[in-house]
Design a protein. Sequence first.
Length: 462
Amino acid sequence: MKEFQKPEFRIPEPIIKVMKTLEQAGYQVYTVGGCVRDLLMQKTPHDYDLATDARPEEILKLFEHHSGFGMKHGTILVVEQGMPVEITTFRKEGKYTDGRHPDEVIFVDRIEEDLGRRDFTINAMAYHPDQGLIDPYGGRNDLEKKLIRAVGDPDQRFQEDALRMLRAWRFASTYGFDIEPETRKALDRKENIAQAATISAERVMEEFTKILLSDHPEVIANMTLLMEPWIPELKIMIETKQNNVHHYTDVLHHTLDALKYSGTKDPMVAWALLLHDTGKPACKTSDETGDHFKKHPAVSQKIAQRVLRKLHAPKKWMQVIPALVLRHDAFYAPNLKNIVKLRITLGWSDEQLHQLFEVQKGDILAHTTTERMEILNTFIEFYDQEKNKRPLKVSQLEINGNGIKEHTSLKAEQIGRALHELLIYAFYHPEFNHKEDLLKKLPAIEKQILEDGTKLRKDDIR
């Protein structure tokens, strides 16, 4: 096809070399799947997959650098000139008893049979530099029409592998495509949705995060039943109206608008925005002035912790996201005390504080009124002006634990308390962040610690 002959669509040399090696040994070989889709969309593929009629053991003989990690399913990983490429033998698949993996893999001799096992038409295309595009299911036409269509019977595709339902919405959100009517009916069918609970938590997290970071996170409004095993609050949120002067829609659509207005590409910010109002339905009260959601951040934080734990989120996400959710509705006056609270008392990093600012901006833009934006921007400007003028971490002090141990009788946790107190002092008085000045302050701190114990005092030394 002419489009593939343009220089920007040329297949990388290492991939061509792998293909030639297989062909010279007498085998068929094609680029397949996502890389072909990306080439047609004039995007640079993230990786290249090849399909061949060579059996796995034959592939192993042809290449020096390889791994047979997927050999059971007919896949060999080959590394050519530093570029990894997965080579999979043409295959069709047996029944999917577990709703995720085929019970058996049957090797076949024709690329068309191999393409027939794939999830969506836009992923069921193959390409060869000499033969051009192999497209038995109309994937190119669906790309032009901006449609996500299952290959063959959509119910069968989703019953085989429930993850494909999440992938359908992920492709729709990433590309801004519609879902073909019969495929959409299958996505909404209860018996298919019931299979969602079989998907591993890690794969749900991976696919759903991509949806959150896409340009069209609004598709989540169509996924409330599909996501119920992990985030049942989504269904309740879409049913929870917000009748007050600050809101124009239900809780879920407010949340999705916040995501869209934010446009964040930070996964922790995206998850915090998704979860920031999950506690609202449980906190809702109403009176003559409208609906109220008092103390919902604390309830949302607990829900966030449960959701992230269930989805096996990374440890850092478990620490950061619930903290962002808890404080998404807290706005700060531009003063040094609030910087101390956030950076020293809470121990937040500069990155985490700016993540909070992102969450708050998205949330504000999804309200009827945006007067809080001025308050937020004023604090951000003040913080960015002050943060480099003062020590914000113990490591920035001109004295360390050994210095305190040398000049006091303090031990263990007491030394940590002393460093904390010195940090607060030096923050308010950066001109005294010198060893000799800090040592002058140390006797008063030592005395106070010995009188109080190691517990940090509420009143900061200034």
